[in-house]
Design a protein around this ligand. Structure first.
Ligand code: ARG
Length: 469
Protein backbone atom coordinates (compact mmCIF):
# COMPACT_ATOMS: atom_id res chain seq x y z
CA UNK A 1 0.00 0.00 0.00
CA UNK A 2 1.26 3.47 -0.88
CA UNK A 3 2.06 5.85 1.93
CA UNK A 4 1.18 8.91 -0.10
CA UNK A 5 -1.69 10.66 1.63
CA UNK A 6 -4.72 9.85 -0.44
CA UNK A 7 -7.22 12.00 1.35
CA UNK A 8 -10.81 11.44 0.52
CA UNK A 9 -12.16 14.98 0.60
CA UNK A 10 -15.48 15.56 2.30
CA UNK A 11 -15.31 12.02 3.59
CA UNK A 12 -14.62 12.68 7.23
CA UNK A 13 -15.68 9.99 9.69
CA UNK A 14 -19.40 10.09 10.31
CA UNK A 15 -18.95 9.36 14.04
CA UNK A 16 -16.62 12.24 14.85
CA UNK A 17 -16.36 14.12 11.58
CA UNK A 18 -17.40 17.44 13.13
CA UNK A 19 -13.94 18.91 13.24
CA UNK A 20 -12.51 16.90 10.35
CA UNK A 21 -12.76 17.97 6.74
CA UNK A 22 -11.06 15.00 5.15
CA UNK A 23 -10.80 11.26 5.59
CA UNK A 24 -7.68 9.37 6.60
CA UNK A 25 -4.89 8.37 4.25
CA UNK A 26 -5.02 4.78 3.08
CA UNK A 27 -2.14 3.77 5.31
CA UNK A 28 -3.69 5.57 8.28
CA UNK A 29 -6.85 3.59 7.74
CA UNK A 30 -4.89 0.37 7.45
CA UNK A 31 -2.92 0.84 10.65
CA UNK A 32 -5.89 2.23 12.55
CA UNK A 33 -8.72 -0.11 11.70
CA UNK A 34 -9.40 -3.08 13.92
CA UNK A 35 -12.60 -4.31 12.31
CA UNK A 36 -10.64 -7.13 10.63
CA UNK A 37 -10.28 -8.81 14.01
CA UNK A 38 -12.52 -7.09 16.58
CA UNK A 39 -15.66 -8.17 14.71
CA UNK A 40 -15.26 -11.24 16.92
CA UNK A 41 -16.64 -9.00 19.71
CA UNK A 42 -19.99 -8.36 18.03
CA UNK A 43 -22.11 -10.37 20.44
CA UNK A 44 -20.51 -8.73 23.46
CA UNK A 45 -20.79 -5.29 21.87
CA UNK A 46 -24.51 -5.75 21.33
CA UNK A 47 -25.05 -7.08 24.88
CA UNK A 48 -23.17 -4.09 26.27
CA UNK A 49 -25.24 -1.66 24.20
CA UNK A 50 -28.52 -3.28 25.23
CA UNK A 51 -27.56 -3.01 28.90
CA UNK A 52 -26.44 0.60 28.43
CA UNK A 53 -29.61 1.62 26.58
CA UNK A 54 -31.88 -0.01 29.17
CA UNK A 55 -30.06 1.88 31.91
CA UNK A 56 -30.22 5.20 30.02
CA UNK A 57 -33.99 4.79 29.64
CA UNK A 58 -34.52 3.70 33.24
CA UNK A 59 -32.65 6.79 34.44
CA UNK A 60 -34.65 9.02 32.08
CA UNK A 61 -31.54 9.95 30.09
CA UNK A 62 -33.12 8.76 26.83
CA UNK A 63 -36.84 8.29 26.08
CA UNK A 64 -38.30 4.81 26.54
CA UNK A 65 -39.36 4.78 22.91
CA UNK A 66 -35.73 5.24 21.87
CA UNK A 67 -34.67 2.33 24.02
CA UNK A 68 -37.29 0.17 22.35
CA UNK A 69 -36.07 1.23 18.91
CA UNK A 70 -32.44 0.59 19.92
CA UNK A 71 -33.43 -2.86 21.23
CA UNK A 72 -35.15 -3.95 18.05
CA UNK A 73 -32.50 -2.29 15.89
CA UNK A 74 -29.71 -4.16 17.65
CA UNK A 75 -31.65 -7.43 17.43
CA UNK A 76 -31.92 -6.90 13.70
CA UNK A 77 -28.20 -6.20 13.46
CA UNK A 78 -27.40 -9.32 15.46
CA UNK A 79 -29.46 -11.33 12.98
CA UNK A 80 -27.64 -9.71 10.05
CA UNK A 81 -24.21 -10.47 11.50
CA UNK A 82 -25.16 -14.03 12.45
CA UNK A 83 -26.41 -14.66 8.95
CA UNK A 84 -23.25 -13.20 7.38
CA UNK A 85 -25.31 -10.40 5.81
CA UNK A 86 -23.67 -7.49 7.64
CA UNK A 87 -21.46 -5.25 5.53
CA UNK A 88 -18.46 -4.50 7.73
CA UNK A 89 -16.88 -1.23 6.66
CA UNK A 90 -13.21 -0.61 7.28
CA UNK A 91 -13.83 3.14 7.11
CA UNK A 92 -15.79 2.72 10.33
CA UNK A 93 -12.65 1.39 12.02
CA UNK A 94 -13.99 -1.04 14.54
CA UNK A 95 -16.92 -3.17 15.63
CA UNK A 96 -18.30 -0.45 17.89
CA UNK A 97 -18.67 2.15 15.15
CA UNK A 98 -19.78 -0.40 12.58
CA UNK A 99 -22.69 -1.47 14.76
CA UNK A 100 -23.57 2.04 15.89
CA UNK A 101 -23.55 3.41 12.34
CA UNK A 102 -25.73 0.56 11.14
CA UNK A 103 -28.09 1.14 14.05
CA UNK A 104 -28.58 4.76 13.06
CA UNK A 105 -29.06 3.67 9.46
CA UNK A 106 -31.82 1.34 10.63
CA UNK A 107 -33.58 3.43 13.29
CA UNK A 108 -32.51 7.03 12.72
CA UNK A 109 -32.20 9.61 15.52
CA UNK A 110 -32.67 7.12 18.37
CA UNK A 111 -29.51 5.33 17.27
CA UNK A 112 -27.56 8.53 17.75
CA UNK A 113 -28.58 8.66 21.42
CA UNK A 114 -27.04 5.29 22.31
CA UNK A 115 -23.56 6.69 22.87
CA UNK A 116 -24.75 9.10 25.60
CA UNK A 117 -22.56 8.82 28.70
CA UNK A 118 -20.36 6.21 27.05
CA UNK A 119 -17.10 6.12 25.12
CA UNK A 120 -15.51 3.49 22.94
CA UNK A 121 -12.90 3.30 25.68
CA UNK A 122 -15.24 1.84 28.30
CA UNK A 123 -17.16 0.07 25.55
CA UNK A 124 -14.19 -1.93 24.29
CA UNK A 125 -12.97 -2.61 27.83
CA UNK A 126 -16.42 -4.04 28.62
CA UNK A 127 -16.74 -6.04 25.41
CA UNK A 128 -13.31 -7.53 25.80
CA UNK A 129 -13.89 -8.55 29.40
CA UNK A 130 -17.10 -10.25 28.35
CA UNK A 131 -15.28 -12.05 25.54
CA UNK A 132 -12.45 -13.23 27.79
CA UNK A 133 -15.01 -14.35 30.38
CA UNK A 134 -16.78 -16.50 27.78
CA UNK A 135 -13.44 -17.87 26.61
CA UNK A 136 -12.53 -18.76 30.19
CA UNK A 137 -15.77 -20.72 30.59
CA UNK A 138 -15.24 -22.64 27.36
CA UNK A 139 -11.60 -23.41 28.08
CA UNK A 140 -12.34 -24.42 31.64
CA UNK A 141 -14.80 -27.02 30.35
CA UNK A 142 -12.18 -28.27 27.90
CA UNK A 143 -9.50 -28.56 30.59
CA UNK A 144 -11.98 -30.51 32.71
CA UNK A 145 -12.63 -32.79 29.71
CA UNK A 146 -8.93 -33.54 29.34
CA UNK A 147 -8.66 -34.22 33.07
CA UNK A 148 -11.55 -36.67 32.81
CA UNK A 149 -9.88 -38.45 29.89
CA UNK A 150 -6.57 -38.69 31.78
CA UNK A 151 -8.21 -39.88 34.99
CA UNK A 152 -10.12 -42.54 33.04
CA UNK A 153 -6.93 -43.88 31.48
CA UNK A 154 -5.23 -43.66 34.89
CA UNK A 155 -7.93 -45.83 36.47
CA UNK A 156 -7.43 -48.35 33.67
CA UNK A 157 -3.64 -48.42 34.19
CA UNK A 158 -3.51 -47.96 37.97
CA UNK A 159 -1.46 -51.14 38.41
CA UNK A 160 0.62 -51.14 35.22
CA UNK A 161 4.27 -50.43 35.97
CA UNK A 162 6.48 -48.30 33.77
CA UNK A 163 9.91 -46.85 34.32
CA UNK A 164 9.83 -43.61 36.26
CA UNK A 165 12.50 -41.14 35.23
CA UNK A 166 14.48 -38.28 36.60
CA UNK A 167 16.91 -36.62 34.17
CA UNK A 168 15.20 -38.96 31.67
CA UNK A 169 17.34 -41.66 33.28
CA UNK A 170 15.63 -44.71 34.76
CA UNK A 171 14.92 -43.85 38.38
CA UNK A 172 12.28 -46.04 40.05
CA UNK A 173 9.29 -47.95 38.74
CA UNK A 174 6.00 -46.04 38.81
CA UNK A 175 2.60 -46.96 37.48
CA UNK A 176 1.38 -45.55 34.20
CA UNK A 177 -1.77 -44.42 35.98
CA UNK A 178 0.28 -42.45 38.48
CA UNK A 179 2.16 -40.77 35.66
CA UNK A 180 -1.08 -39.73 33.95
CA UNK A 181 -2.55 -38.42 37.20
CA UNK A 182 0.40 -36.06 37.57
CA UNK A 183 -1.01 -34.21 34.56
CA UNK A 184 -4.46 -34.16 36.14
CA UNK A 185 -2.94 -32.28 39.09
CA UNK A 186 -1.30 -29.76 36.75
CA UNK A 187 -4.52 -29.20 34.87
CA UNK A 188 -6.45 -28.76 38.10
CA UNK A 189 -4.12 -25.86 38.91
CA UNK A 190 -4.76 -24.48 35.43
CA UNK A 191 -8.46 -24.47 36.21
CA UNK A 192 -7.72 -22.72 39.48
CA UNK A 193 -5.85 -20.01 37.61
CA UNK A 194 -8.77 -19.60 35.20
CA UNK A 195 -11.23 -19.33 38.08
CA UNK A 196 -9.03 -16.82 39.82
CA UNK A 197 -8.65 -14.75 36.66
CA UNK A 198 -12.41 -14.86 36.08
CA UNK A 199 -13.12 -13.70 39.60
CA UNK A 200 -10.86 -10.65 39.32
CA UNK A 201 -11.99 -9.93 35.77
CA UNK A 202 -15.64 -9.80 36.68
CA UNK A 203 -16.05 -6.05 37.24
CA UNK A 204 -17.76 -3.77 34.76
CA UNK A 205 -15.81 -0.87 33.24
CA UNK A 206 -19.00 0.36 31.51
CA UNK A 207 -19.75 3.92 32.60
CA UNK A 208 -16.10 4.86 33.04
CA UNK A 209 -16.77 6.68 29.76
CA UNK A 210 -13.67 8.10 28.06
CA UNK A 211 -11.58 8.21 31.23
CA UNK A 212 -13.17 10.51 33.80
CA UNK A 213 -16.69 9.14 34.22
CA UNK A 214 -19.70 11.10 33.04
CA UNK A 215 -21.95 13.97 34.09
CA UNK A 216 -25.08 11.94 33.26
CA UNK A 217 -26.86 10.27 36.19
CA UNK A 218 -26.01 6.77 35.04
CA UNK A 219 -26.45 3.63 37.14
CA UNK A 220 -23.34 1.52 36.83
CA UNK A 221 -24.61 -1.10 39.22
CA UNK A 222 -27.51 -1.71 36.90
CA UNK A 223 -25.40 -2.24 33.78
CA UNK A 224 -22.90 -4.32 35.75
CA UNK A 225 -25.68 -6.62 36.99
CA UNK A 226 -27.29 -6.86 33.54
CA UNK A 227 -23.99 -8.07 32.09
CA UNK A 228 -23.33 -10.58 34.85
CA UNK A 229 -20.52 -8.59 36.45
CA UNK A 230 -20.16 -8.64 40.23
CA UNK A 231 -19.77 -4.86 40.51
CA UNK A 232 -18.59 -1.82 38.55
CA UNK A 233 -14.89 -0.94 38.50
CA UNK A 234 -14.16 1.68 41.14
CA UNK A 235 -11.85 4.01 39.23
CA UNK A 236 -12.72 5.26 35.77
CA UNK A 237 -9.08 5.72 34.70
CA UNK A 238 -8.32 2.15 35.68
CA UNK A 239 -11.59 0.98 34.16
CA UNK A 240 -10.63 2.03 30.66
CA UNK A 241 -6.92 1.31 30.82
CA UNK A 242 -6.69 -1.97 32.70
CA UNK A 243 -5.82 -5.06 30.70
CA UNK A 244 -4.71 -7.21 33.62
CA UNK A 245 -7.59 -9.56 32.92
CA UNK A 246 -6.18 -10.25 29.45
CA UNK A 247 -2.67 -10.68 30.82
CA UNK A 248 -3.83 -13.03 33.55
CA UNK A 249 -5.72 -15.02 30.97
CA UNK A 250 -2.60 -15.23 28.80
CA UNK A 251 -0.46 -16.18 31.79
CA UNK A 252 -2.89 -18.97 32.64
CA UNK A 253 -2.83 -19.98 28.97
CA UNK A 254 0.96 -19.99 28.84
CA UNK A 255 1.29 -22.14 31.95
CA UNK A 256 -1.35 -24.56 30.73
CA UNK A 257 0.16 -24.72 27.24
CA UNK A 258 3.47 -25.55 28.92
CA UNK A 259 1.76 -28.46 30.69
CA UNK A 260 0.23 -29.67 27.45
CA UNK A 261 3.62 -29.35 25.79
CA UNK A 262 5.24 -31.55 28.43
CA UNK A 263 2.56 -34.18 27.94
CA UNK A 264 2.98 -33.89 24.17
CA UNK A 265 6.73 -34.37 24.53
CA UNK A 266 6.13 -37.53 26.53
CA UNK A 267 3.73 -38.79 23.89
CA UNK A 268 6.42 -38.18 21.26
CA UNK A 269 8.96 -40.08 23.35
CA UNK A 270 6.61 -42.89 24.33
CA UNK A 271 5.56 -43.65 20.79
CA UNK A 272 9.07 -43.56 19.34
CA UNK A 273 10.19 -47.05 18.33
CA UNK A 274 13.01 -47.42 20.90
CA UNK A 275 10.49 -46.72 23.70
CA UNK A 276 7.34 -48.19 22.18
CA UNK A 277 5.31 -47.57 25.35
CA UNK A 278 2.21 -46.35 23.54
CA UNK A 279 0.75 -46.45 20.08
CA UNK A 280 -1.40 -43.78 18.48
CA UNK A 281 -3.90 -44.86 15.84
CA UNK A 282 -4.20 -43.52 12.31
CA UNK A 283 -6.54 -40.88 13.72
CA UNK A 284 -3.70 -39.06 15.47
CA UNK A 285 -0.66 -39.77 13.34
CA UNK A 286 0.58 -39.03 9.86
CA UNK A 287 2.69 -41.03 7.45
CA UNK A 288 5.82 -40.04 5.60
CA UNK A 289 5.84 -39.46 1.86
CA UNK A 290 9.15 -41.30 1.56
CA UNK A 291 9.53 -43.66 4.51
CA UNK A 292 6.71 -46.21 4.42
CA UNK A 293 7.29 -47.44 7.98
CA UNK A 294 6.65 -44.03 9.56
CA UNK A 295 3.82 -43.13 11.90
CA UNK A 296 4.54 -39.62 13.06
CA UNK A 297 2.98 -38.05 16.15
CA UNK A 298 2.37 -34.71 14.42
CA UNK A 299 -0.52 -33.71 16.68
CA UNK A 300 1.70 -34.04 19.73
CA UNK A 301 4.50 -32.14 18.03
CA UNK A 302 2.13 -29.31 17.13
CA UNK A 303 0.73 -29.14 20.66
CA UNK A 304 4.34 -28.81 21.79
CA UNK A 305 5.03 -26.12 19.19
CA UNK A 306 1.92 -24.02 19.72
CA UNK A 307 3.18 -23.23 23.20
CA UNK A 308 5.43 -20.79 21.34
CA UNK A 309 2.57 -18.65 20.09
CA UNK A 310 0.83 -18.64 23.46
CA UNK A 311 4.03 -17.52 25.20
CA UNK A 312 4.50 -14.98 22.41
CA UNK A 313 1.05 -13.54 23.05
CA UNK A 314 1.78 -13.10 26.76
CA UNK A 315 5.11 -11.40 26.15
CA UNK A 316 3.59 -9.39 23.29
CA UNK A 317 0.79 -7.92 25.39
CA UNK A 318 3.03 -7.31 28.40
CA UNK A 319 5.25 -5.35 26.06
CA UNK A 320 2.33 -3.38 24.62
CA UNK A 321 1.21 -2.38 28.12
CA UNK A 322 4.46 -1.73 29.89
CA UNK A 323 5.05 1.92 28.99
CA UNK A 324 1.52 3.25 28.63
CA UNK A 325 0.60 6.36 30.58
CA UNK A 326 -2.97 6.48 31.89
CA UNK A 327 -5.55 6.20 30.61
CA UNK A 328 -6.50 4.65 27.24
CA UNK A 329 -4.03 4.69 24.36
CA UNK A 330 -4.56 3.18 20.94
CA UNK A 331 -1.70 0.79 21.65
CA UNK A 332 -4.27 -1.17 23.61
CA UNK A 333 -6.09 -2.09 20.43
CA UNK A 334 -3.23 -4.57 19.97
CA UNK A 335 -4.53 -6.58 22.93
CA UNK A 336 -7.16 -8.49 21.00
CA UNK A 337 -5.33 -10.46 18.35
CA UNK A 338 -2.89 -11.78 20.94
CA UNK A 339 -5.71 -13.03 23.14
CA UNK A 340 -7.80 -14.40 20.27
CA UNK A 341 -4.85 -16.29 18.84
CA UNK A 342 -3.74 -17.68 22.19
CA UNK A 343 -7.30 -18.74 23.06
CA UNK A 344 -7.67 -20.54 19.71
CA UNK A 345 -4.29 -22.24 20.08
CA UNK A 346 -5.03 -23.31 23.66
CA UNK A 347 -8.46 -24.68 22.73
CA UNK A 348 -7.02 -26.63 19.81
CA UNK A 349 -4.19 -28.02 21.94
CA UNK A 350 -6.69 -29.14 24.58
CA UNK A 351 -8.86 -30.83 21.95
CA UNK A 352 -5.86 -32.57 20.38
CA UNK A 353 -4.45 -33.64 23.75
CA UNK A 354 -7.80 -35.05 24.83
CA UNK A 355 -8.08 -36.89 21.54
CA UNK A 356 -4.61 -38.42 21.91
CA UNK A 357 -5.16 -39.46 25.51
CA UNK A 358 -8.36 -41.26 24.51
CA UNK A 359 -6.76 -42.72 21.40
CA UNK A 360 -3.49 -44.08 22.73
CA UNK A 361 -3.05 -47.76 23.50
CA UNK A 362 -0.42 -48.66 26.04
CA UNK A 363 1.97 -51.57 25.49
CA UNK A 364 1.83 -52.57 29.13
CA UNK A 365 4.08 -55.61 28.66
CA UNK A 366 6.81 -53.47 27.17
CA UNK A 367 6.47 -50.79 29.83
CA UNK A 368 6.63 -53.45 32.53
CA UNK A 369 9.75 -54.99 30.98
CA UNK A 370 11.52 -51.64 30.94
CA UNK A 371 10.24 -50.72 34.39
CA UNK A 372 12.63 -53.25 35.93
CA UNK A 373 15.63 -52.54 33.76
CA UNK A 374 18.45 -50.12 34.54
CA UNK A 375 18.63 -51.23 38.20
CA UNK A 376 15.34 -49.46 38.78
CA UNK A 377 14.79 -51.26 42.08
CA UNK A 378 18.14 -50.24 43.59
CA UNK A 379 16.38 -47.90 46.02
CA UNK A 380 14.16 -50.80 47.13
CA UNK A 381 17.29 -52.80 47.91
CA UNK A 382 18.78 -49.92 49.90
CA UNK A 383 15.49 -49.47 51.76
CA UNK A 384 15.52 -53.22 52.59
CA UNK A 385 19.00 -52.90 54.08
CA UNK A 386 17.76 -50.03 56.25
CA UNK A 387 14.52 -51.71 57.27
CA UNK A 388 15.73 -55.26 57.86
CA UNK A 389 19.41 -54.86 58.76
CA UNK A 390 19.02 -51.42 60.36
CA UNK A 391 21.88 -49.99 58.28
CA UNK A 392 21.99 -46.19 58.23
CA UNK A 393 20.59 -45.04 54.86
CA UNK A 394 23.94 -43.62 53.65
CA UNK A 395 25.66 -46.96 54.37
CA UNK A 396 22.85 -48.85 52.67
CA UNK A 397 23.19 -46.54 49.64
CA UNK A 398 26.91 -47.35 49.47
CA UNK A 399 26.41 -51.13 49.76
CA UNK A 400 23.71 -51.01 47.09
CA UNK A 401 26.01 -49.01 44.83
CA UNK A 402 28.59 -51.76 45.08
CA UNK A 403 25.96 -54.39 44.30
CA UNK A 404 24.86 -52.41 41.23
CA UNK A 405 28.49 -52.30 40.09
CA UNK A 406 28.74 -56.05 40.52
CA UNK A 407 25.54 -56.67 38.58
CA UNK A 408 26.68 -54.30 35.85
CA UNK A 409 30.00 -56.14 35.56
CA UNK A 410 28.14 -59.44 35.39
CA UNK A 411 25.71 -58.07 32.82
CA UNK A 412 22.56 -58.76 34.86
CA UNK A 413 19.92 -56.82 36.78
CA UNK A 414 20.09 -56.84 40.60
CA UNK A 415 17.79 -59.86 40.75
CA UNK A 416 20.34 -61.71 38.61
CA UNK A 417 22.94 -61.69 41.40
CA UNK A 418 23.18 -64.80 43.57
CA UNK A 419 22.70 -64.61 47.32
CA UNK A 420 26.40 -65.40 47.72
CA UNK A 421 27.33 -62.46 45.51
CA UNK A 422 25.09 -60.24 47.61
CA UNK A 423 26.58 -61.52 50.81
CA UNK A 424 30.06 -60.78 49.52
CA UNK A 425 29.16 -57.10 49.92
CA UNK A 426 27.05 -57.42 53.09
CA UNK A 427 27.18 -60.73 54.96
CA UNK A 428 23.80 -60.37 56.67
CA UNK A 429 21.72 -60.18 53.48
CA UNK A 430 19.17 -63.01 53.28
CA UNK A 431 17.09 -64.60 50.54
CA UNK A 432 14.25 -62.28 51.58
CA UNK A 433 15.96 -59.41 49.76
CA UNK A 434 14.86 -60.80 46.38
CA UNK A 435 11.23 -60.17 47.30
CA UNK A 436 11.73 -56.41 47.03
CA UNK A 437 13.57 -56.47 43.72
CA UNK A 438 10.54 -57.06 41.52
CA UNK A 439 8.78 -54.20 39.81
CA UNK A 440 5.42 -55.08 41.32
CA UNK A 441 6.82 -55.23 44.83
CA UNK A 442 8.51 -51.91 44.25
CA UNK A 443 5.41 -50.03 43.15
CA UNK A 444 3.19 -51.78 45.70
CA UNK A 445 5.49 -50.60 48.48
CA UNK A 446 5.09 -46.90 47.61
CA UNK A 447 2.09 -46.44 49.86
CA UNK A 448 3.01 -43.02 51.24
CA UNK A 449 0.34 -40.39 50.52
CA UNK A 450 0.74 -39.31 46.91
CA UNK A 451 2.94 -42.34 46.16
CA UNK A 452 2.67 -44.64 43.15
CA UNK A 453 1.23 -47.77 44.83
CA UNK A 454 -1.58 -49.16 42.64
CA UNK A 455 -4.04 -48.88 45.54
CA UNK A 456 -3.24 -45.16 45.90
CA UNK A 457 -3.51 -44.60 42.18
CA UNK A 458 -6.86 -46.36 41.90
CA UNK A 459 -8.15 -44.26 44.75
CA UNK A 460 -6.87 -40.98 43.30
CA UNK A 461 -8.25 -41.78 39.86
CA UNK A 462 -11.64 -42.57 41.40
CA UNK A 463 -11.51 -39.35 43.40
CA UNK A 464 -10.87 -37.31 40.25
CA UNK A 465 -13.48 -39.12 38.22
CA UNK A 466 -15.98 -38.42 41.00
CA UNK A 467 -15.00 -34.78 41.26
CA UNK A 468 -15.22 -34.29 37.52
CA UNK A 469 -18.46 -36.20 36.94
N1 ARG B 1 -10.93 -0.15 18.44
C1 ARG B 1 -10.52 0.46 19.67
C2 ARG B 1 -9.74 -0.55 20.50
O1 ARG B 1 -9.83 -1.70 20.24
C3 ARG B 1 -11.69 0.93 20.43
C4 ARG B 1 -11.41 2.06 21.35
C5 ARG B 1 -11.06 3.27 20.57
N2 ARG B 1 -10.95 4.41 21.39
C6 ARG B 1 -10.41 5.56 20.96
N3 ARG B 1 -10.35 6.52 21.80
N4 ARG B 1 -9.93 5.68 19.75
O2 ARG B 1 -9.02 -0.21 21.42
Amino acid sequence: MSDTPDRRSADANMQWGGRFTAGPSAVMQEINASIGFDRKLWRQDISGSLAHAAMLAKKGIIPAADEAAIGSGLAGIAAEIAAGRFAFDVALEDIHMNIEARLTERIGEAGKRLHTGRSRNDQVATDFRLWVRDAIDGLDAQVAGLMRALAGRAAEHAADPMPGFTHLQTAQPVTFGHHLLAYVEMLARDRGRLADCRRRLNESPLGSAALAGTSFPIDRDMTAAALGFDRPTANSLDGVSDRDFALEFLAAAAISAMHLSRLAEEVVIWCSAPFGFIRLSDAFTTGSSIMPQKRNPDAAELVRAKTGRVNGALVGLLTVMKGLPLAYAKDMQEDKEQVFDAADAWALCLAASTGMVRDMTADTARMRAFAGSGFATATDLADWLVRVLQLPFRTAHHVTGRLVARAEAKGVELSGLTLAEMQAEEGRITEDVFSVLTVDASVASRISYGGTAPANVAQQAARWLGALA
